[in-house]
Design a protein around this ligand. Structure first.
Ligand code: FEO
Length: 392
């Protein structure tokens, strides 16, 4: 395996996880990469690491450029094991090499690997180290995505090593975002934000502000493609996502159904949005993965969720989605609960609570809609007409 040259003496030496399809519940149809970066300077520096089963791949890429035992400095921008579980193996080769990370990074690496004698050097925001012709400056970015995340910035090269921020789960032979269709890369970045970063949007807002003065010609994240031409687009997208921007002309109708009554209601609800000029997207939970639905939630103003009543509750697919949604904490959305029932009708107040309560999703709610047994044409038309009155 070869290293990929980014600049003179700066190399991508990561691992490509072609088969990854599940990243703690997030469906990663395109696989992923764990990006590590090698800088050859007076002090040879490795930024980040890879998942343990790609360690040999990383080592062979490093070996295509230098003898790995010559590495002088390690920088660990994040503790999570997709970027650190190769580290204990590398430390066997480099037992005395200094590791630069922040206090939470040191704490996390100690807790994960119980290392004996690792030479930790604590950094804080604004600290720099000199590795020869280049300086490397640090910025802690807590909760983007764990308490220990940090950026490493190289002013000489104007490269931001951003770790999880600006990443995408894409396995590819290409390394640069401009080598693949930009819309696809941005869509994967959006899915990544929705499923990984969204709960920490307030922290992202702060980091975007703090990083704004940096001159950046390349963003080298820890997953997926490296940004050069698309830097403006990905930073703009992060601004929209971090501030929970939503398109008032986009609605999602998310549901599961037992005997198609709730599905009929879903289409009647979509009709009301379309009659008001709002695009409505149908998302049946039997055919859509919750992590793909989250990508749609990123820019939809209306989030309508339907379930029939089953065992005095909601269908398990809908429950799974709503708990996932709550955890990811989108804000500034309008919700709608709907569903069919036979006799109890408990699904509708449960949906209303999970979408609307302040300690749940906390959405502003439209009036809930329920129908008993099978809605006929007149009932469906009334659902459409009544809902139209509520859509502004
Ligand atoms: Fe890619 Fe939070 O690890």
């Amino acid at each position: 395996m070869k290293a990929y040259k980014l600049r003179d003496n700066i190399w991508w030496v990561g691992g490509i996880d072609w088969d990854l399809r599940n990243f703690h519940g997030y469906l990663t149809q395109r696989g992923s990469t764990y990006n590590a970066y090698l800088i050859i300077d007076e002090k040879i520096t490795l930024i980040d690491n890879v998942k343990y089963y790609l360690y040999e791949e990383m080592l062979s890429r490093i070996s295509s450029v230098i003898d790995p035992s010559k590495i002088d400095i390690l920088i660990q921008n994040h503790v999570e094991m997709d970027h650190s579980s190769g580290l204990p193996m590398l430390m066997k080769l480099l037992p005395n090499v200094p590791i630069y990370t922040n206090a939470n990074g040191i704490k996390g690496l100690k807790a994960h690997f119980g290392p004996e004698g690792w030479d930790f050097h604590e950094i804080k925001t604004g600290d720099s180290i000199n590795i020869g012709k280049r300086d490397l400056t640090f910025m802690t970015t807590p909760m983007v995505h764990w308490p220990d995340n940090q950026f490493t910035y190289c002013p000489h090269e104007k490269i931001l090593f951003s770790n999880d921020a600006f990443g995408q789960h894409i396995a590819s032979s290409e390394r640069m975002a401009n080598e693949l269709p930009l819309n696809m890369v941005l869509e994967e970045a959006k899915k990544y934000y929705a499923n990984i970063v969204l709960p920490y949007s307030k922290q992202v807002q702060k980091v975007l502000e703090a990083a704004a003065p940096l001159e950046i010609e390349m963003i080298a994240p820890s997953h997926g493609l490296i940004w050069t031409d698309g830097i403006g687009q990905i930073i703009d997208a992060y601004k929209h996502w971090a501030y929970y921007d939503a398109d008032p002309q986009k609605a999602l109708v998310i549901y599961d159904t037992m005997w198609k009554s709730t599905q009929k209601m879903a289409f009647a609800i979509a009709q009301a949005f379309e009659n008001k000029g709002v695009r409505a997207k149908m998302l049946n939970l039997q055919t859509n993965h919750i992590s793909d639905i989250m990508t749609e939630v990123m820019d939809a103003k209306y989030v309508c969720v339907g379930s029939p009543t089953l065992n005095s509750s909601i269908l398990p697919t809908v429950a799974a989605f709503l708990y996932y949604l709550k955890g990811l904490s989108p804000k500034n959305r309008i919700g709608l609960a709907f569903g069919s029932y036979g006799w109890g009708g408990q699904s509708i107040p449960i949906l209303q609570q999970l979408l609307g309560d302040k300690d749940q999703c906390g959405f502003e709610m439209l009036d809930p809609i329920k129908t008993q047994y099978i809605p006929d044409r007149a009932t469906l038309d009334k659902i459409t007409q009544d809902l139209e009155q509520q859509i502004t």
